[in-house]
Ligand binder design. Structure first.
Ligand code: 5GP
Length: 191
């Protein structure tokens, strides 16, 4: 998706450690026009695929998923990263290693909101090593639902997640696939 690639090159900041910082439009300040275009693009790419729910993970996935959900006309469920009093004990869980925080969290989704009848589109901002997606797909499958597709805003192709997820047979649609990025010149090459 050219406008996302252009925006990454214009406003993204490449940090050491293979981290692309996109706080100006995706992860801190959010460009709603861009998110609308992303939502429309996923809707086009998943045209004809039966989807009745979108699943994402807090925090950055939520905004992206909610805007996209308007084009699919389905509810959004987000996996929580910590237990609070307003979540029941009746949850699906998975361990997810965080790429950006270097911590492992137990993500959870209340069993009330996922079932065997669900055909789920998973949406997230980044795909790096694939840990977040492994956790989310595990949760959908544990609920007996079907992963109808996966939509990622920015996939880093030089990290193993994309291959891992495609090799498992999931339909993965990444809107910008970064082939390489150089912190010295602050530039990204795309697929
Ligand atoms: P994975 O689980 O695939 O290793 O990493 C995906 C998760 O880590 C995403 O949910 C995202 O929040 C975060 N992440 C991974 N790589 C990057 C990156 O380069 N930049 C930012 N901002 N977040 C990233």
């Amino acid at each position: 998706m050219q406008i996302l690639k252009d925006r990454i090159n214009k406003d993204g900041k490449i940090l050491e450690g293979n981290v692309l910082k996109v706080n100006g439009f995706l992860n801190h300040q959010i460009d709603i026009d861009l998110l609308n275009d992303m939502g429309k693009e996923w809707k086009k790419r998943f045209d004809g695929v039966e989807i009745n729910k979108i699943l994402t993970i807090e925090a950055s996935g939520i905004g992206i998923a909610c805007i996209a959900a308007q084009y699919f006309d389905v509810p959004v469920v987000f996996a929580k990263k910590s237990k609070s009093t307003n979540i029941s004990d009746n949850v699906y869980t998975a361990s997810v290693e965080s790429f950006t925080h270097n911590t492992v969290s137990q993500i959870m989704v209340d069993k009330e909101f996922l079932s065997k009848d669900d055909k789920v589109l998973i949406i997230d901002d980044f795909l790096a090593n694939g840990c977040a997606l492994e956790g989310l797909t595990k949760i959908v499958e544990e609920a007996g639902g079907e992963v109808a597709g996966i939509g990622i805003a920015i996939e880093k192709d030089f990290q193993p997640g994309g291959k891992k997820i495609r090799d498992k047979g999931y339909r993965l649609e990444s809107l910008a696939i970064v082939k390489s990025m150089d912190p010295k010149t602050n530039s990204c090459q795309f697929k």
